[in-house]
Design a protein around this ligand. Sequence first.
Ligand code: FA5
Length: 352
Amino acid sequence: MSKDLQKLHNESLVHIATALDLAQLEAVELSLFSRQNGRLTMLMKEIATVLPAEKKAYGESCNTVKEELIGSIAKRREELTNVRWKTIANDERIDPSAPLGTSSSSMTRAQKKNYGSLHPISRVQYDLEDLFTSMGFMVLDGPELESDYYNFEALNIPADHPARDMHDTFYLKNNPSWVMRTHTSPVQVRAMEKYGAPLRAIVPGRCFRNEATDPRHEHTLYQLEGLVIDRGINFAHLKGIIATVAKHLYGGETKVRFLPKFYPFVEPGVRGEVTCFLCHGTGCRVCKNTGWLEIFGAGMMHPNVLRAGKIDPEKYSGLAFGLGLSRLVMLKYAIPDARYALGGDLRFLNQF
Ligand code: FA5
């Protein structure tokens, strides 16, 4: 089974099992099977790009996953329906005002069911996956233990770039040509190699950096990479995508600003900032008194990177962006310290 399919399978089972009511379950069902942009529908359509020898196995795995998900949805629907309309035996009365999941025979002792909940990073990730798939993007995955080639070299990062310093990055002790990926950008080249052009994809995932941690920096962070490659792609497309994300997550009032920033794999390159959620622009410890919080790096893909992905820069141009998913979550839920997210403290997690 392909990695994308496996990922979809695992995530969907969680979504189905944690749907709290029929409306939520229907939303999950739609996000998977919608004819236009359902995640499974899109993966099934990819059969057109699979090698002839692999088509049969690919089709079979898709169908197996589809059947399993349909079965799980039916089972969950039954559970949720039963909870709501529990059949009452004999002379027992129905109390329609009793909380869901309470036993009809003990109407006076309402018990709250403890379902658990999704982590805030997962919530924002799934929400953005839905937004991007609605705009025709594929959702891709990539390895967390990455080769030096994809993490740096293919991205036009020369051997003497500071990011390659042993002190900046987690290398494998006995094999320095492998590294815990420092960003999700390596999947840019992997995606180009696999799918060619035109291409529209996002890559949410975990990255690792040898950071002195502080309220904005974690050693383990989540990013969401995005790339669009086609004829005539330009910076206006990039601005449009970022504005759509900011509006979707934070509402129409949010201000985004672009500032020049050097990344070897884009030209021109920018960093993007939004107004700080804590001080609303007046300056505080989270935004280092600037009033702004950096949430992404982006730019037009460098011709060398397109070439590394076997795409002709004379024919195609591309944009790429790397959103700091952990930072987006901080902003969305006004979390004043990035370290809470992975700290495992239930007092924090129980709020979601
Ligand atoms: C990159 O990682 C580039 N790969 C982004 C990119 C992609 C640029 C495509 C151009 C084209 P940077 O190191 O600036 O860039 O990180 C991107 C975002 O990740 C930052 O804006 C920030 O929001 C987030 N981020 C970076 N380091 C950390 C950290 N230690 N903890 C939490 N978030 C971080």
